[in-house]
Design a protein around this ligand. Structure first.
Ligand code: SAH
Length: 386
């Protein structure tokens, strides 16, 4: 994308910000200092100067009336896209947070050397929070953000994100959690960098080392627990090799969060004496699991990343001896207001899921404990009518 650098004045001009992405909120503060007439549309609580109007409701097209500039900073790429589309129709400039390819304006740094992370996702915006001398190295906190509900952050995780100078986050970190991060921090999105491609793991590892050279408190924020299917180990291995100080802040892993919020205890004296966490991730189109190890009827199986391979997983378990009638549940968007639980049996769950338009992230729980949900469910999100 090519940009022309221009300076514009926004004094008394209506600017609209949709969503509370921290990068958007940082721009709200900048716009306020320019005396722009700023409106923020969001259901999330947000901390902004008193001169800003916060509209606690859904975005509607009429919000674009009389606008000069728009920032699409919701947590949803689809929603941001539809806002951008409406702006294009009205010839309105729209910055899409985390999506430089689709933004019609981006902010440039005062020194004009770097493009601001708001749209580019690159490191190096302002000098805020940078360590005094380049030779000093900061500290990296590898922080587990839990499964989505911000109340499930640990006290330490909250303190680290509030005080961070730089935050490297990925796809699984929910918008309300990002909204709790220091809005002045440098934000780098490591999740879906471009067209569904994840930043390669070695680039993330190198980025953390690089950021620690510039910032005192770098937070690597990951969904769930960083040491459970999170590649947290690989990231701090590089830090250790490069002699960068680090710490690990554990988080509530998806298995615990989803189990609790769907009323499925992972162990129970009558149903399961053990519980195993496996990944259903396909490698070369195949699931690489030791099926023999998963046949014990008294063992709960939790499958991370199991949606694509769901059919194959259920079939293989039956083939290797688990009863077709074994209760099994798929938990979608666990712990979030959009949580949905599809509960069935090993034999029937794939069909139920196929006709239910399920969206990631999802977690699969298999075993007798799933039957306890009928009695133990307590969390009633808006959308789950099951
Ligand atoms: N480190 C993370 C797991 C990363 S692997 C943790 O400890 O939870 C990513 C997988 O985690 C997803 O494919 C999904 O299976 C699971 N997951 C993470 N958050 C989830 C959520 N809120 N609801 C359901 N599954 C979730």
């Amino acid at each position: 994308m090519k940009y022309l650098s221009v300076s514009i004045t926004l004094k008394d001009r209506k600017c609209l910000v949709v969503g509370t992405h921290p990068q958007a909120i940082r721009l709200v503060h900048e716009l306020a200092t320019q005396q722009a007439n700023v409106f923020v549309v969001s259901h999330q609580p947000v901390s902004v100067p008193a001169t800003i109007t916060v509209l606690d409701r859904e975005f509607s097209e009429a919000d674009l009336d009389d606008c000069w500039l728009v920032i699409a900073g919701t947590g949803s790429a689809a929603e941001n896209q539809s806002i951008k589309h409406l702006c294009d129709i009205r010839r309105l400039f729209c910055n899409v947070i985390d999506d430089v390819e689709n933004s019609s304006w981006v902010v440039t740094d005062q020194s004009a050397e770097h493009t601001v992370a708001t749209a580019t996702g690159t490191a190096g915006v302002s000098d805020k929070g940078r360590v005094g001398s380049e030779s000093t190295t900061g500290m990296v906190s590898l922080v587990g953000a839990g499964p989505g509900d911000p109340d499930l952050l640990t006290v330490r995780a909250l303190s680290r994100i509030r005080n961070a100078d730089a935050v490297v986050y990925d796809r699984l970190v929910s918008e309300p959690i990002l909204a709790l991060c220091n809005p002045d921090a440098e934000f780098v999105y490591a999740g879906k960098a471009k067209a569904n491609h994840t930043l390669p793991q070695n680039s993330i590892n190198a980025l953390l080392v690089e950021l620690a050279q510039s910032y005192s408190r770098v937070v690597r924020l990951k969904g769930g627990d960083p040491f459970i299917f999170g590649r947290g180990g690989e990231e701090i291995e590089t830090l250790a090799d490069q002699h960068v100080a680090f710490e690990v802040v554990p988080g509530i892993t998806a298995a615990s969060g989803c189990a609790a919020f769907s009323g499925i205890p992972l162990t129970h004296r009558d149903h399961a004496q053990s519980c195993i966490f496996v990944t259903g991730h396909l490698r070369d189109g195949k699931i690489n699991l030791n099926w023999q190890e998963l046949t014990d009827p008294q063992q709960t199986i939790v499958v991370y990343m199991g949606l694509t391979g769901l059919d194959a997983i259920c079939q293989s378990l039956i083939q290797h001896g688990r009863s077709q009638q074994t209760p099994a549940a798929l938990i979608e968007q666990g712990t979030k207001p959009a949580q949905r639980v599809l509960a069935s049996t090993l034999a029937d769950l794939p069909d139920l899921v196929a006709k239910s338009e399920v969206a990631a992230p999802t977690l699969l729980i298999i075993g007798g404990v799933v039957s306890l949900r009928d009695k133990l469910r307590w969390f009633q999100p808006e959308h789950d009518s099951s």
